[in-house]
Design a binder for this molecule. Structure first.
Ligand SMILES: Cc1cc2nc3c(=O)[nH]c(=O)nc-3n(C[C@H](O)[C@H](O)[C@H](O)COP(=O)(O)OP(=O)(O)OC[C@H]3O[C@@H](n4cnc5c(N)ncnc54)[C@H](O)[C@@H]3O)c2cc1C
Ligand code: FES
Length: 271
């Protein structure tokens, strides 16, 4: 059996600046890493540390994977200094990912906030590949400002798709932003589906996930149909160290994707 603690040597093929605080790395592991949208990998920089990140690329592409990383502290600062040709370590994939088969035949609403867009890009690629198998697909995304909006060119292309209804918003407008201004919860009301049967997928900072979930419940979505991605502090990634414990669950093993009805009684989910 493969040793889950052994990082796979991985070459940085390209570093793509997305926003002032987010960069995407195109990575080529020496051994193939096959992941499902929503699963995560542990990326390590020798002598600095390791962190969990959800690939933002197509899970069907096996030769390389992309991670889009926000600079917040020690490891991610160093990630932002990486250059083409540098070597990092990858472990994984870990966690459950999104249960795509359960979404077939359903109306699906994806709600993303801030850096939550990154993991959702991989999910959206999976949905595009199963186009025709969903009843409908909506994407609603919000960022603080236009400058912080990730994948702008790509979402502009997505907006032209016939199989997707997309709207974006920023909390604070400026002269570069022609779209809606307001929190992401203010662009959910025009989603034209029968809410009690719809699926809602939410990913973003805890405060955004909290208010988006409350809004979805108010609209009539059932708690068993709301999926949240829980970014708890992680270390081993394989259910051994207890760092990511959420009551009876380990977020790294039983998550990071959880149905809201399974975790709604836990007050720490929004921490
Ligand atoms: C399953 C999962 C998927 C993630 N996917 C992404 C992603 O695609 N892109 C992205 O930019 N970030 C993602 N994160 C968050 C990312 O792991 C942390 O921002 C990163 O590990 C911080 O490391 P640091 O050393 O730079 O920061 P630190 O100096 O350690 O801390 C800075 C901040 O980050 C938080 N943090 C530190 N370590 C972790 C950790 N292991 N897990 C969660 N939060 C942490 C701290 O609470 C603190 O607020 C994900 C986290 C999880 C658990
Ligand atoms: S990260 Fe070690 S148990 Fe989840």
């Amino acid at each position: 059996m493969n040793n889950p603690y052994r990082p796979i040597e991985t070459e940085v093929l390209e570093v793509i600046p997305e926003t002032p605080t987010i960069k995407t790395l195109r990575l080529k592991p020496k051994e193939e890493i096959s992941f499902k949208a929503g699963q995560f990998i542990e990326l390590s920089i020798p002598g600095v540390g390791e962190g969990p990140f959800t690939p933002s690329s197509r899970s069907s592409v096996k030769e390389e994977l992309h991670v889009s990383i926000m600079k917040v502290g020690k490891v991610t600062e160093r990630v932002h200094q990486l250059k083409e040709g540098d070597i990092v370590g990858l472990r994984g994939p870990f966690g459950n990912g999104y249960p795509l088969d359960e979404f077939k035949g359903k109306d699906v609403l994806v709600v993303g906030g801030g850096c939550g867009f990154a993991p959702l890009r991989s999910l959206m690629y999976s949905f595009f590949e199963m186009s025709g198998e969903l009843k409908s697909l909506y994407f609603r995304g919000g960022c603080r400002t236009s400058k912080e909006m990730v994948f702008k060119d790509e979402t502009a292309e997505w907006a032209k798709r016939k199989d997707l209804n997309l709207r974006l918003t920023v909390d604070k407008g400026d002269e570069t932003w022609k779209g809606h201004v307001g929190l992401v919860t203010t662009i959910l009301d025009d989603v034209k589906i029968h809410y009690p049967e719809g699926i809602a997928i939410v990913c973003g900072p805890p405060i955004m996930m909290k208010f988006a979930t409350l809004k979805l419940l108010e609209m009539g979505f059932q708690d068993k149909n709301i999926y949240l991605s829980m970014e708890k502090n992680m270390s081993c990634g394989i259910g051994k160290c207890g760092h990511c414990r959420l009551d009876v669950y380990y977020a790294c093993k039983h998550g990071p994707v959880f149905r809201y009805d399974k975790i709604k009684h836990l007050k720490e989910i929004w921490d």
